[in-house]
Design a protein around this ligand. Structure first.
Ligand SMILES: [Fe+2]
Length: 228
């Protein structure tokens, strides 16, 4: 049996990526605002909806992220798009995670494969891009993904970081992959699969919360079920 460490080393070798052990924090409450106040006391942090630990019975990811986005979790420049007539499918939906078909690729133990914008739901696939004029030279990709078991109990939260794309940077704790035969940068980056670290206290079939940040378009929250 291949150990997790060796598997990660092999992944790094195969992809040219550097894969490190993810940062894991344990906390009972993660309902903290993502945007903090500036150092001047006169500036107050925006009031954001708390990020729920478990989905509400009538959980509606589009509605939740639209509301929280309008409160400040999504840049003001993107609000006309998310509030527009195609906001659900082309903008909010584009930023919601789903578990892709990973047949033909190796997902290392302890990691979850994620893509954004599920075509099966009619959502636009999320593109990714290197820094350039069209993205204020900041790049367009998810630069952090936090995964936590969907529970109100105390739980670990694993955070994967991505300082560059389409290849992770030294020190990054996440990794990239692509559907079999593809490259992450194919189709304007729509083939990118994010490999996000799982906390140690989850098992196949568990519900997890995905809280992630797109460099260009802000924060998004949703829940996924881990593959069995
Ligand atoms: Fe985006």
């Amino acid at each position: 049996m291949v150990s997790r460490r060796r598997f990660i080393q092999e992944l790094a070798t195969a992809t040219g990526a550097v894969v490190l052990v993810p940062a894991v924090s344990r906390c009972g409450s993660s309902a903290k605002p993502a945007v903090r106040a500036a150092s001047t006391p006169a500036v107050r942090a925006p009031e954001l909806l708390p990020v729920p630990m478990i989905p509400t019975q009538d959980w509606d990811a589009l509605a939740f992220n639209r509301k929280r986005g309008n409160q400040g979790a999504i840049p003001a420049s993107y609000l006309p798009d998310i509030n527009g007539s195609e906001g659900d499918t082309k903008h909010l939906g584009k930023h919601l995670p789903f578990v892709p078909d990973v047949s033909g690729i190796a997902v290392p133990s302890g990691y979850l494969a994620i893509m954004w914008g599920d075509p099966d739901k009619g959502h636009a696939p999320h593109p990714n891009a290197e820094p350039g004029p069209e993205n204020n030279n900041e790049g367009h990709w998810y630069n952090w993904i936090k995964v936590r078991k969907a529970t109100t109990d105390t739980a670990d939260e694993a955070e994967s970081t991505y300082a560059s794309w389409p290849v992770v940077a030294p020190g990054d704790s996440g990794a990239y992959a692509a559907p079999h035969g593809a490259d992450p940068s194919d189709d304007d980056g729509r083939k990118t699969i994010y490999l996000a670290a799982l906390p140690a206290d989850v098992k196949p079939g568990d519900r997890v919360r995905i809280w992630a940040h797109c460099l260009t378009h802000g924060e998004y929250v949703d829940f996924l079920t881990l593959p069995v």
